[in-house]
Design a protein around this ligand. Structure first.
Ligand code: SF4
Ligand code: MG
Length: 314
């Protein structure tokens, strides 16, 4: 993904454009096969919009999403739809994507039906097989969504996302609504499925501790921009951006020998309608210097695969 931007126009009652919400600004990353990129940040930071624009559920304002040598954003709708089976989404609340009046087996079959894959007997067999893959039973095919727990429903959502043999899953807070014990079960399942089906994940969460285990690299977003991106171990051991440090310092540390800088952020996240000039983080940054108020830091690589946008790094 290169230079991804999504600016939503704000229009007056008369339809005149009055300004733009810069939901996503210049986001860049590479997702490798069988790897997971964790995207974290507070709500409204643009992580979901990033995921949705890649799948063109929201059309991007500009940028590129290169996949198998093609720019997904340049493809005609018809060609994009063919490619679309390889890129699927897992939502936070599978309830909203699965019809409550539909048997779950039917819900899993639906994408195959839309893409005219297999005959109806094969589709049912495949749905049952997918139920097994996600740790449910094939005979649960005939049940309705309300008969399942939240964790089980998320498994059904994953089975449905796998129905078309995708290569990339964009997972938008797939475990945020679940209890902590269930979260790790679903994350473990996702790791097994990644191995088994050679999947690549973009895993969106608001919490660094959730993505730590599953991510190969992590991108931290603030007000529509990536402020830091690094391999997971490096991000946890050598965080550079003050915002990353603040997110990390709010995670309880198991080993008291290991002291971490404690940073408590002041104030709320500013409105993306009217973001601060200069470094967008300067209104909350405990290290802000004069320069931060009017000069925007450039997101640049400072070590292998480790990029950061902060004047202090200079
Ligand atoms: Fe803080 Fe300035 Fe760095 Fe922004 S550029 S994170 S305000 S020190
Ligand atoms: Mg979100």
């Amino acid at each position: 993904v290169k230079g991804l931007k999504k600016h939503f126009p704000i229009t007056s009652a008369l339809g005149k454009v009055q300004g733009y919400v810069q939901a996503v600004n210049n986001v860049e990353f590479t997702l490798n096969k069988r790897e997971t990129l964790g995207l974290v940040g507070e709500s409204g930071c643009g992580k979901s919009t990033t995921g949705r624009t890649i799948l063109r559920l929201i059309e991007p304002t500009s940028g590129q999403a290169l996949y198998k040598g093609k720019d997904l954003f340049q493809l005609k709708q018809k060609d994009f739809q063919k490619m679309r089976s390889k890129l699927q989404m897992v939502f936070q609340d599978p309830h909203s994507s699965i019809n409550p009046k539909q048997r779950i087996g039917r819900a899993i079959e639906e994408p195959m039906k839309i893409h005219k894959l297999y005959d109806s007997k094969e589709r049912s067999e495949r749905a049952m097989e997918l139920l097994n893959k996600v740790g449910l039973r094939g005979d649960q095919y005939y049940r309705y969504p309300h008969e399942f727990s939240g964790g089980q429903r998320q498994r059904i959502g994953i089975a449905r996302a796998l129905a078309l043999n995708p290569e990339i899953l964009i997972c938008d807070e797939p475990v945020s609504a679940l209890d902590v014990s269930i979260q790790s079960q679903v994350i473990n399942l996702m790791e097994e499925l990644q191995e088994q089906f050679d999947l690549s994940y973009i895993f969106i969460a608001h919490d660094l501790s959730v993505v730590r285990h599953i991510s190969d690299q992590i991108g931290v977003m603030y007000l529509g921009e990536l402020v830091e991106k690094a391999p997971t171990d490096e991000l946890f051991s050598h965080p550079l951006h003050p915002y990353t440090k603040a997110l990390l310092s709010s995670i309880p540390v198991a080993n008291p020998e290991f002291k971490r800088e404690k940073i408590v952020l002041k104030g709320d996240i500013p409105s993306p309608l009217n973001p601060p000039a200069g470094c967008k983080f300067h209104t909350r940054c405990p290290y802000a210097i004069k320069r931060c108020k009017n000069e925007e830091p450039v997101f640049k690589e400072v070590a292998k695969n480790h990029s950061v946008a902060c004047h202090l790094i200079d």
